[in-house]
Design a protein around this ligand. Sequence first.
Ligand SMILES: CC(=O)N[C@H]1[C@@H](OP(=O)(O)OP(=O)(O)OC[C@H]2O[C@@H](n3ccc(=O)[nH]c3=O)[C@H](O)[C@@H]2O)O[C@H](CO)[C@@H](O)[C@@H]1O[C@H](C)C(=O)N[C@@H](C)C(=O)N[C@H](CCC(=O)O)C(=O)O
Ligand SMILES: Nc1ncnc2c1ncn2[C@@H]1O[C@H](COP(=O)(O)OP(=O)(O)OP(=O)(O)O)[C@@H](O)[C@H]1O
Ligand SMILES: N[C@H](CCC[C@H](N)C(=O)O)C(=O)O
Ligand SMILES: [Mg+2]
Length: 485
Amino acid sequence: MKLSKLLERSEYRLVQGQEDTEISTLVYDSRKVEEGSVFVCISGAAFDGHKFVGQVAEQGAKAVVVERDVEVPEGVTVIRFDDTRRALAEMSAAYFGYPAEELTTIGITGTKGKTTITYMIQSVLEHAGQKTGLIGTIETVIGEERIPSVNTTPESYVIQESFRRMADEGCKNVVMEVSSQGLMLHRVSGFTFDYGIFTNLAEDHIGENEHKDMDDYIHCKSLLFQQCRQGIVNGDDAYVERIIKGHTCSLETFGMDEANDVYAQNIKRIQEPGYLGVSYDLKGKEEYNVHVDIPGDFTVYNSLAAISLCRHMGIQKSDVLDALNTIQVKGRLEIIKTPGEYTLMIDYAHNAMSLESLLTTIRKYEPKKIYCLFGCGGNRAKARRYEMGEVSSKLADLTVVTSDNPRNEEPMDIIDDILVGVHKGPGKYVTIPDRKEAIRYCMEHAGKGDIVILAGKGHEDYQEIRGVKHHMDERDLIREIIEEA
Ligand SMILES: CC(=O)N[C@H]1[C@@H](OP(=O)(O)OP(=O)(O)OC[C@H]2O[C@@H](n3ccc(=O)[nH]c3=O)[C@H](O)[C@@H]2O)O[C@H](CO)[C@@H](O)[C@@H]1O[C@H](C)C(=O)N[C@@H](C)C(=O)N[C@H](CCC(=O)O)C(=O)O
Ligand SMILES: Nc1ncnc2c1ncn2[C@@H]1O[C@H](COP(=O)(O)OP(=O)(O)OP(=O)(O)O)[C@@H](O)[C@H]1O
Ligand SMILES: N[C@H](CCC[C@H](N)C(=O)O)C(=O)O
Ligand SMILES: [Mg+2]
């Protein structure tokens, strides 16, 4: 393949050599360079790809793509972009033959609800007989294959590679989560989404290696609506105007009243032993009764987003209803059966916004008591700790403070931060650093009519301590506790 082919849709400057150089592979990790590769230098959080230029030239690289002046051995072509992450995205799209153009692409952004909505949409589209790939926090799904995720929105090269495989395997659509970091770091540059969805926004992801402030976070999320054809946005969200500022797409809104194009009325909470769900009347552009097998008011928002999208795609009502009626998303309000008389659920709430929505919505099911167990991840936004502690102390009957992924921090330091928040509220609490023991405590103390929420780990099947992921799946822990009783 000629280097010029990879550059045909890009703005760049030739610094040295020629564009008609024949290249073998497109690479952004020096360890993968082979004879004839073109190496894209990325300035990352831990490494600067420009530092590997000499090394990749020795390994046989024919060309390098840079974003600043670097000394490059003669004989190696040098291409300069203003941003090499954009270069990687655009060149990857070309390298894989623009696969996004063979798929209907659906991107979902927002602070919460992305994973849930991707599975709702995938389920509806598959019910309608349309093979649909998925990329998100839990996994990438290509046909029968499920690849566990490292990032919610992977590197652009990985996205384009997955799109290619999806198109080749007969997928008609791809539905994917678009994190703000993904937008900020050009992981989804190089193509236009057919549809963009905005769920909601709350302060999160501000800190080292994430966003510098709230303005940056909002700005990054708004970029999706300058990069899609049809936007579908939560019209009730306080930030929606800022998200759609500068949009270049058509827009439709969903929400809770007639100010929105599609809205919900007459919401009913459904509760049976070991089962929680929700139903409502859909109004606006389409009108029918909807039943979703996941509880909560935010489930109404999530399903409205999915329904609005599917309406645009011409999907029949029966496919929408059948799919939503039986939907289950791993670790998202996932109810686990136990011999106890309480209801036990595993959920992924790991910031104040989701914990507050979760506890508020679960309270509406009128449980006798809510047990809220959680910890906070190490090396992630610190504000989460104080805020989640305070939210739980105010809204749960008992807060059980434990560990999440400590990463490179001391578990007790994280717990101490959480307790600062807990002390701001009136609630009772216990501290049990070992997560299994904390779960055991809940299961031994909860009684009839209580709801126990294990928050924060959701689908995760590991605990990350100092760079090592140790197997830990809450479903296994619950089973062991039942067997040990
Ligand atoms: C801080 C951050 O975003 N890190 C991500 C990022 O690393 P980076 O680009 O900064 O890369 P780096 O390790 O500094 O290396 C820079 C460059 O040098 C190259 N390199 C490096 C070493 C070497 O020997 N040779 C070499 O060429 C690397 O291949 C890379 O091209 O690129 C990696 C590969 O794409 C990501 O896996 C990694 O995500 C880490 C795991 C992460 O935790 N990211 C978080 C902040 C994140 O992105 N989260 C969002 C949202 C999550 C949510 O849903 O809430 C997400 O989308 O996942
Ligand atoms: N629309 C919503 N609004 C507020 N909270 C929500 C909403 N949907 C889900 N939640 C809560 O947030 C948690 C995470 O939901 P989900 O995984 O769907 O969101 P996400 O946007 O993919 O989050 P992440 O960025 O962490 O991957 C759920 O387990 C639930 O507690
Ligand atoms: N996508 C989230 C995952 C957090 C999950 C939680 N279990 C933790 O480790 O903090 C983040 O990187 O912020
Ligand atoms: Mg997600």
